[in-house]
Each structure stands twice: as C-alpha cells, then as structure tokens.
Design a binder for this molecule. Structure first.
Ligand code: FNR
Length: 338
C-alpha cells in the first residue's frame, strides 16, 4: 500500500533537526528597572482586524489521513483548552475524498478559534468551499514553490499563482493571509502580493521544518537543498519596510517562548508553531501539553517584564544584537528603533 504523503510529512518533520536556527544569533537587551508589575503585562495582540488573547498559534499542518485526523483532534483540544488559535493543514486534501472527516474538529471542540489553509495553486472557488465547510476565522493561502519542485508528483505550472492570489485577496468572505511553508517569504514576493491586495503575511522561514529534507527522505536525492531559503530572523529583518502597512506573522523554527519574543521584537504580530506543537501532542500527555502551553504564557509575561514592555506592541522598541550569520547585516540596514 502506498504510504500517505501527509503521514510522511508528520514522520519526517518530527525527525528533522535543522543545523542552524537564526534565533540563536539574536540577543535581546535586558532592562533592570521596569515600569510595570508582572500583573500589568498584557499578551493580547491584533492582526487581520481581529483581537487575539495570545501572540502565538498552532500553525498549519495536517488533515487528509487517519493519523492527520487524530493529530488534528489533539491539536484542537490543546488549542481550545489554552485559548490559542489553531490552523488546520491544507484543506485541499478534503476535496479529494468527500468522506474525509479529518478536518472536522469543531464538533468536539466548539469553543476553538479555528483557521484553515489552502495552496495557492487552487482556484479561489475551492477556497470559497473551504471557507464554507470550515467557517474559519481566517484563511491562509500557502506558497510552497520549492516543495512542489522537489516532489516528483508536484506542480509544474506556476503562471496561475498570481491570478489565484489576487482572487483570494479580493474574493474571500474571511481575512486572507499569504504564507510560506518554511523557506521564508522575501520582500519582493511580499511587495508583489501587496500589489495584488494581500495585507497579511506569515513569513514562515527556515530553521525548523524543511520540506526539502522531507522530500529527500521521501526518495529525493537533493539533500544539499535541505537548508534552502531565508531564515526566520533574516526574513523578518528583510520585511521591515512592510511592517507599518501590513500584518506580519512569523513562523519557522520557533522552539520556545524566547524565540517567540524575538519574533515579536522584530515586529511580528503573532508567532506560529508547527513542529514544536506537533511534538508536544505526539510526545506528551494532553495534560502535560496543556500545562506546557500555559507555562509559555507565563514565560512570555516574565520576559516582557524583563524587557520593560507592557504590551506586545511595546516589544518593537526593544534593542537587540545580531551575531554569527546575521552579523554581516550593516547597521544602516537594521530596522529603526524609536
Ligand atoms: C506543515 N506546513 C504546512 N504549511 C501549510 O501552509 N500547509 C500545510 O498543509 C502544511 N503541512 C505541514 C505538515 C507538517 C507535518 C508540518 C510540520 C508542517 C508548514 C508549517 O505550517 C510551517 O510553515 C513550517 O513547518 C515551519 O514551521 P516549524 O515547523 O518550523 O514550526
């Protein structure tokens, strides 16, 4: 029996350890005389015109297989219990099999804030169907060019992508976000997408899950591409000229609350976790996973206090230093600190 591609993604994503994570080359400047009590710290954030209680979310992963369905139920339980947003994996899998129930997590978890995801190769009519079926808070449209190119069964025609994106940006009844899958959105891509009407981006950079690695494990022979793309910190730095006019979200290689805080310092409105959330629900009991996520909230508050920030938006004023591979960045190219 052919093994399910979605199950391969889960298996190999859990196995991969990127040799380089850009968050390790960034340090935050500690503050010793805060203006706030710990109880003053507010973790709420805003993006896509909506308010969210916490600045991190479970990012798009799975659906479309039995195992994917089981993982979605666990992720939904975790997200509902902790009040964070969950984004399902690409909904396209549900179109292939009308009996598929792997995305239907709301029935068991009615208080969950749920979003969904679709590939940019899918015509917007399919996006409308996904929105109709899932009633998501927002829709992520993912670009996964390198993944498609590396998959033997992948897409080979890309000319329709811009037209599809323009349709998604203007014809969906819910807010839309353009998202990478771990190769990092670059500034030129974001500027083109902005011209097509997109106002929100998940830059999803390198440092965590590598779909190049996953495709190499699935039979490919281009392991030299495993670390293709822009790291998450580099992508966030590159995105600075867009920060004021769009909502930037960050993901890719986020392991713990310190990585989250670094994304927020660089201007992200919220931070997505895929592999880290997957490992939580696969390796721990639900009770432990919930306690871990609630602990992350405490840790974010603690670090915000130590950075003298009361609100998430205050974090953009925090000073930081770059080392190692990020150290080549010239001072004048760094985001302006007020
Ligand atoms: C993903 N990712 C993903 N992204 C997307 O937009 N649609 C999808 O269906 C999937 N599927 C998927 C499956 C699995 C098992 C993983 C681990 C990831 C990509 C994901 O949302 C994210 O962009 C990258 O994984 C980088 O983040 P992490 O894993 O380093 O936190």
């Amino acid at each position: 029996m052919e093994t399910n591609r979605k199950d391969d993604h889960i298996k190999y994503a859990l196995k991969y350890q990127s040799p380089y994570n850009s968050f390790d080359d960034m340090e935050l400047v500690h503050h010793s005389l805060p203006d706030y009590d710990l109880a003053d710290i507010d973790l709420s954030t805003q993006f896509l015109g909506m308010d969210f209680d916490f600045p991190f979310y479970i990012n798009a992963m799975t659906g479309g297989s039995k195992k994917g369905g089981e993982i979605n139920q666990k992720l939904a339980q975790l997200a509902e219990a902790t009040g964070i947003v969950m984004v399902t994996g690409s909904y396209s899998a549900a179109f292939k099999d009308p009996s598929d129930t792997s995305f239907q997590v709301k029935k068991n978890h009615p208080n969950l804030t749920l979003a969904t995801n679709i590939g940019i190769d899918k015509d917007y009519h399919l996006g409308l169907r996904a929105v109709d079926d899932m009633q998501p808070a927002f829709l992520q449209v993912h670009v996964n060019l390198m993944q498609e190119l590396l998959m033997p069964e992948g897409e080979r025609e890309f000319r329709s992508w811009k037209k599809n994106l323009a349709d998604y940006a203007t014809k969906m009844p819910v807010p839309v976000m353009l998202k990478e899958v771990g190769f990092g959105l670059d500034l030129k891509t974001m500027e083109i997408a902005y011209g097509l009407g997109v106002r929100s981006f998940d830059i999803s950079g390198r440092g965590g899950t590598s779909f190049a690695y996953i495709e190499n494990e699935r039979g490919g022979n281009r392991s030299y591409l495993n670390e293709w793309g822009q790291t998450t910190v580099q992508a966030l730095l590159n995105a600075q000229p867009m920060m004021a006019k769009v909502d930037i979200l960050a993901s890719g290689g986020v392991r713990h609350p310190l990585d989250m805080i670094k994304c927020l310092v660089l201007g992200a409105k919220a931070v997505g976790l895929s592999k880290t959330a997957l490992a939580l629900v696969e390796d721990k009991t639900m009770e432990e996973a919930i306690a871990t996520v609630n602990g992350w909230k405490d840790d974010l508050r603690l670090m915000m206090c130590a950075l003298n920030c009361q609100k998430v938006s205050d974090l953009t004023k925090v000073d930081y230093m770059l080392y190692g591979k990020l150290n080549h960045l010239k001072k004048e190219n760094l985001p302006k600190r007020s």
